[in-house]
Design a protein around this ligand. Sequence first.
Ligand SMILES: [Zn+2]
Length: 59
Amino acid sequence: MAVPRNRTSNAKKNSRRSHHAKKPKNLSACAHCGRMRLPHRVCISCGHYDNRAIDAAQS
Ligand SMILES: [Zn+2]
């Protein structure tokens, strides 16, 4: 098994992890009830999507 020859420096390690920050979720307001919701998802408070009520039972 390959073993690293040199210890990775703190600067190299931190530089590699510079892209690991968590980005904030991009929420948008529901057009029907105004509550913040994820894009391309049915609103969790009123169940509307694209100004229509989505019924889970009718599939
Ligand atoms: Zn809604």
